[in-house]
Ligand binder design. Structure first.
Ligand SMILES: Cc1cc2nc3c(=O)[nH]c(=O)nc-3n(C[C@H](O)[C@H](O)[C@H](O)COP(=O)(O)O)c2cc1C
Length: 199
């Protein structure tokens, strides 16, 4: 699969199953880290969770979030059961994080570089036949979740990648609006008007 085909055919896949070969995952990360990064800071960190670690993360998150909502009794039990199951939606979770530099420009650029590495990972995984979805949600911002993952509470979690074998055909594309995205300040005469993105 060439890069352009991967770009337009990749979809977020919510239903993931099976197993993921650890050597393949490390290969995909090796592709991911070819992302551009200013000053070669290589800010990305990939923290991998499979098997029982996913359930542990789920339990921690479920109880933290239930406590914060002051839930008890049946409402708490229902909440905990639902939240604890979230990390079990894929055989492998990869938390992609970066440190937050005291210099706000460097912090922003490190975040950008890490997001670029995430997209590289998604495309490489797709090209190798794996399904992924980039998730965040409240879990990604909780300091105790970061501590559980061995991260500093000030680190930024850029993505929680769910990785596995697609359990269903890819969903239809969610169209992008190219007209909204492009603005020529001084359009050459040959510039196309309102072209649709390639499908
Ligand atoms: C920073 C970021 C956070 C995201 N968080 C979530 C999430 O928490 N849950 C989710 O279902 N999708 C999440 N997504 C995926 C988007 O919903 C998805 O990319 C979008 O719907 C377009 O679908 P596509 O990736 O199949 O083109 C996130 C994407 C990004 C870039």
């Amino acid at each position: 699969m060439d890069v352009l085909e991967a770009l337009v055919s990749r979809r977020s896949i919510g239903r993931l199953t099976g197993e993921v070969d650890p050597a393949l995952v490390e290969q995909l990360i090796a592709y991911a880290v070819w992302a551009p990064n200013h000053h070669l800071t290589q800010p990305w960190r990939f923290t991998l969770l499979h098997g029982a670690m996913r359930a542990e993360l789920g339990r921690l998150w479920a109880h933290l979030s239930a406590d914060e909502r002051g839930l008890s009794g049946e409402a708490r039990a229902e909440w905990v059961a639902r939240e604890a199951a979230r990390p079990l939606r894929a055989p492998l979770l990869i938390v992609v994080s970066c440190p937050v530099d005291p210099d706000p420009v460097r912090a922003a650029e490190d975040h950008s570089a890490t997001a670029a590495a995430v997209q590289n990972f998604l495309l490489a995984a797709w090209a190798k036949g794996l399904g992924t979805i980039w998730r965040t949600g409240a879990m990604a911002y909780h300091p105790q979740v970061k501590r559980f993952l061995g991260l500093d509470p000030t680190d930024r979690i850029v993505a929680i990648l769910y990785v596995g074998q697609p359990a269903a055909p890819p969903p239809p594309p969610r169209p992008r609006d190219l007209g909204r995205a492009i603005r020529w300040l001084n359009p050459p005469e040959s510039a196309p008007e309102g072209a649709d993105p390639p499908q």
